[in-house]
Write a protein that binds this ligand. Structure first.
Ligand SMILES: NC(=O)c1ccc[n+]([C@@H]2O[C@H](COP(=O)([O-])OP(=O)(O)OC[C@H]3O[C@@H](n4cnc5c(N)ncnc54)[C@H](OP(=O)(O)O)[C@@H]3O)[C@@H](O)[C@H]2O)c1
Length: 367
């Protein structure tokens, strides 16, 4: 019996059985459905934040998914899937002698990791998909940043120290490795801040959690400051749609399409969770004086950060990228957070309650 076909049939029936699960292959609220042509998809990483959504959408769509990782992060997440064990840092032996239609490379922040895996997979994989970041556009000196805008550079391209100063340039060099190895069949996605249930950073999560506490909330900057994000589930759905549609090239994955400001983000989040809270807008100069240059993923939109939240997402939207409403992300992120154990409910982003109260008092001149 053709074990490949048997496996695909199993995955397809599993997908149908799980049919009510989540969202459509284009993100947003669409129906799931099965892809016309099942693909063999290798996912590097796949078990942390963004990967599981790609995996679930791909399985729901009837694709055959193989994972490659060290077996350290959430190793029991997908017991029904084949997991190849290895290390991006030089142990890629488990990939040898295998073939896939597509590889999705999630966790690489240094060019060497992409170089090694692209070399190992050249000739064995039809398309290389690389998760980059809008961080490549640092410093964000202009607005309406499109995919052909200049990317960041670095004096020492061999450095493997990933930090706020090197991240964007290293991602740009890592993109180049994918382009060089797969010149006619690469797909580079550049997401902005990724949010939603499971976000290990709590950058957006802070807001629904904080608003659910009620009272006077410190809101940074001005209500008109632009904001962008992408829900991890919509990113995953777009990536699977993009490989099904055999898209090539580079795509900013940012939204929402209609524009969002810090004011509308906070008010829509507040309304979505139905809580009583008032906002006190504290300007960037006051925050800076008190050692706060950025709060969650808000930064004053000036200078090097002018266009950070004004990246152009038209190309991905034209290719079928869809975003669920922020209200849904807000509710489901809060539900997810409230279901975590006490240790995980220590917020990893935002202001501690005492610090927020202290800043608000100082801002009102009571400090
Ligand atoms: N968060 C954001 O707002 C944001 C925005 C833009 C772009 N991005 C990009 O999105 C990606 C983040 O994805 P993520 O948070 O879901 O995952 P991640 O933390 O980048 O990667 C974790 C996954 O990779 C595997 N992994 C880690 N080290 C490995 C190694 N040495 N060898 C083999 N596998 C390894 C992990 O499994 P094991 O531990 O079991 O190996 C796990 O499955 C990154 O590329 C990031 O730059 C993030």
């Amino acid at each position: 019996m053709d074990t490949d076909l048997t496996r695909r049939a199993f995955l397809q029936s599993a997908a149908i059985a799980a049919g009510g699960l989540t969202l459509g292959a284009c993100g947003g609220e669409g129906a799931v459905g099965t892809a016309p042509t099942p693909l063999r998809i290798l996912i590097l990483g796949g078990t942390n934040f963004i990967g599981p959504h790609q995996v679930r959408t791909a399985v729901e769509r009837g694709h055959e998914v193989t994972l490659f990782n060290r077996g350290v992060t959430n190793p029991d997440l997908f017991p029904e899937l084949e997991t190849l064990i290895g290390d991006r840092d030089g142990d890629l032996g488990a990939l040898a002698g295998r073939e896939w239609d597509v590889v999705i490379d999630n966790p690489a922040n240094i060019p060497r990791w992409v170089r090694l895996s692209a070399e190992a997979l050249r000739g064995a994989v039809g398309k290389y998909v690389f998760v980059s970041s809008t961080g490549v556009y640092v410093p964000y000196l202009t607005t309406d940043i499109r995919e052909d805008a200049p990317v960041d550079t670095i004096d020492d391209p061999e450095t493997e120290e990933v930090n706020g100063r090197t991240f964007g340039a290293l991602k740009a060099l890592a993109e180049d490795e994918a382009r060089a190895a797969f010149p006619d069949n690469h797909l580079i996605v550049r997401p902005t801040y990724i949010i939603g249930p499971g976000d290990p950073t709590d950058r957006y999560t802070y807001w629904p959690v904080r608003l659910a506490r009620g009272g006077e909330v410190l809101a940074p900057g001005t209500p008109d400051d632009p904001m962008q994000h992408v829900d991890a589930r919509d990113l995953g759905a777009f990536m699977i749609k993009a490989v099904e549609d055999d898209l090539d090239g580079t795509f900013n994955v940012v939204g929402p399409r209609e524009g969002l400001t810090m004011g509308s983000l906070l008010e829509r989040t507040r309304q979505a969770i139905g809580w009583e809270a008032t906002f006190t807008w504290v300007d960037a100069a006051f925050l800076r004086e008190h050692g706060i240059g950025a709060l969650t993923y808000w930064t004053e939109p000036v200078g090097d950060y002018l266009g950070m939240m004004q990246v152009n997402g038209d190309k991905a939207f034209a290719a079928g990228f869809e975003m669920r409403p922020l209200e849904q992300t807000a509710r489901e992120t809060l539900e997810w957070f409230n279901a975590q154990d006490a240790e995980r409910q220590e917020l990893r982003s935002g202001l501690a309650p005492e610090r927020e109260a202290e800043l608000l008092a100082g801002f009102r001149g009571e400090g």
